[in-house]
Design a protein around this ligand. Sequence first.
Ligand SMILES: Nc1ncnc2c1ncn2[C@@H]1O[C@H](COP(=O)(O)OP(=O)(O)O)[C@@H](O)[C@H]1O
Ligand SMILES: [Mg+2]
Length: 262
Amino acid sequence: VPLAAAETVTSLTILGGADKVGEPETVDLTLRPGEVVAIVGPTGSGKSRLLADIECLAQGDTPSGRRVLINGAEPDPALRFAPLRPLIAQLTQSMTFVVDLSVGEFVALHAEARLGEVSSEIVGRVIAAANRLAGERFGPGTALTQLSGGQSRALMIADTALLGAAPVVLIDEIENAGIDRRKALELLVEKEKIVLMSTHDPILALLGQRRLVIRNGAIAAVIETSARERQTLEQLQRVDSALMDLRHRLRQGERVEHPLTW
Ligand SMILES: Nc1ncnc2c1ncn2[C@@H]1O[C@H](COP(=O)(O)OP(=O)(O)O)[C@@H](O)[C@H]1O
Ligand SMILES: [Mg+2]
């Protein structure tokens, strides 16, 4: 039975293949809606490969030999090779808009395509959500091509969360994206998506309930975020917001002579 609707995905399973030298990857990992999983590891270790395996619903036919199951079973081949893969949305650092539309027109077009109708209410909700993620505000009349990198990504994330059908969202290193990363994840989780994100950012790594440690092309460990690590995360977030505040004040032309507090 081909899966079409978002509601039908209750689990995503990754079955291990082999690392870069052919040693077996002993992994059988099942993820469920509302879960955020971080993917950590040095550059070149295979984080993007893992995301690509999920994106194409690999069946032992990629360099890693991994297999990906949906709801415990091999997905219908029609689903794998459909031009629009309805299950998976991918967000990357380098996405920008090139179409000659306003933000409002773009969101309305997508709402119409997805829901069959447009209301100014849903368009407003997507733009408001994007504005909560981006540093500088924009409105429905702003041209897509005028959006900054951070604003573009904020709009894409809000659009994926609120209008996207895909139950699985893959995020490849968006740390320097100029958006509020914690809020972006919260928005996706609230919509019951399965979120996998590769990252070098300690805050994002600890925001996941689990993190997959990639070494030499394989998942070498699965680490559950502990209660103490969540305390570390809170501390990191205070440091982060102190830095953001400092950055803001410098940009406003202020002096920053008093020491940071967090
Ligand atoms: N299990 C694997 N078997 C074979 N090649 C792999 C495997 N995992 C990753 N690679 C290859 O290693 C290279 C680096 O992986 P990549 O995913 O780009 O690393 P990262 O995103 O962590 O920087 C890529 O060419 C990728 O295809
Ligand atoms: Mg990569």
